[in-house]
Design a protein around this ligand. Sequence first.
Ligand SMILES: Cc1cc2nc3c(=O)[nH]c(=O)nc-3n(C[C@H](O)[C@H](O)[C@H](O)COP(=O)(O)OP(=O)(O)OC[C@H]3O[C@@H](n4cnc5c(N)ncnc54)[C@H](O)[C@@H]3O)c2cc1C
Length: 409
Amino acid sequence: MAEFTMELNDEQKEVRDWLHGFAADVIRPAAAEWDEREETPWPVIQEAAKVGIYSLDFYAQQYFDPTGLGIPMAMEELFWGDAGIALSIVGTGLAAVGVLANGTEEQIGTWIPQMYGDVDDVKVAAFCSSEPDAGSDVASMRTRAVYDAAKDEWVIDGTKTWATNGGIANVHVVVAVVDPELGSKGHASFIVPPNTPGLSQGQKFKKHGIRASHTAEVVLDGVRVPGSCLLGGKEKLDERLARARERAKASAGERVKNAAMATFEASRPAVGAMAVGTARAAYEVALDYAGTRLQFGRPIIDNQGIAFQLADMRTRIDAARLLVWRASWMAVNGKPFTAAEGSMSKLFASETAKAVTGQAIQILGGNGYTREYPVERMHRDAAIYTIFEGTSEIQRLVIARTLSGMPIR
Ligand SMILES: Cc1cc2nc3c(=O)[nH]c(=O)nc-3n(C[C@H](O)[C@H](O)[C@H](O)COP(=O)(O)OP(=O)(O)OC[C@H]3O[C@@H](n4cnc5c(N)ncnc54)[C@H](O)[C@@H]3O)c2cc1C
């Protein structure tokens, strides 16, 4: 009984080819323009909505694929097209997953459709956790949510930063402190509905890469949301806080055993898959170029110095994909991440994307350094993968703590 297979099934291949077609025909041709404009590519998001790629249905189908490969496959293909545009397309999905994972059925049914809007009037959503003084160090978050029992409302105050789609989103998911004594265990997530007074966009960042994706500060000034906007509900929150207070009494050593937090381990491979998409895109351009560019009367790929680089690039990309697929498979099958395999996949894939896109520039020579060719954009885009969803240093920290059980700093 040989059940192990490395092959995608027919349905997955069909979805992959369909996504690849959209990435090649719609996303890639628009990439340079939206990178220069540094604006959200609304018409491309609308095209994605028309064909069903920009929708909860599509995202949920991939998310619940029993092999675990639905999301990594989709991410790789879309980000192969262009990272900035693809992030504009999947950014809403990342916020929606926060609601899918922690929300009640009613919250899922109410808010996720409003995150996407409809084909004629597409909307986006934002997930706001990072703050100016709480990036890697999530526990030092200051945005505060206080419960007003008389009105059954939460009052949220604080400043979020780096929010993808922040300020332009129809629905914002905001993480805030509900019990400052508990560090990151005292956080909760809230829906901020469309047009809620007190929520405004701060500065929009001008970025190095993924410039078609909107990144901005979000200011929350006395924002009031109904009790029903607390994801998961108050009863569940109170139970969770009570458990966290109990656990806070346990030794520091005990806490280190849980260094690989299952939620992040499950979501990080998706970012790894984005990185694989960008790396593969740059590698393909470089392979093609190396076969046609003549110097000294022969294609540059005839030189081992170039050919071996391409061999290494492809080897790293395939290895990255395998790590991503393993972690995604583990997540869907409920396997414990005893070696922080999700963080491993994100670390390796993002470092691969940075290195491979840099090598692609080198292989294209002067052309690689210009905006006439896409690899310089891909290199700028790739730099994000080692930063967001936990920097490479933080991935190493999580892996090392998980392996050793020690409170490594
Ligand atoms: C384009 C973009 C989009 C983003 N989108 C979102 C979003 O939608 N929602 C959201 O909430 N956040 C988002 N982020 C935020 C992102 O997750 C953070 O930037 C990231 O977590 C790093 O935080 P920081 O920028 O404050 O860096 P810092 O935490 O200040 O880190 C600075 C440097 O110090 C290193 N460092 C920090 N602590 C340690 C340590 N203990 N050991 C070793 N090295 C350490 C880091 O690795 C890094 O190299 C986005 C960021 C960007 C740039």
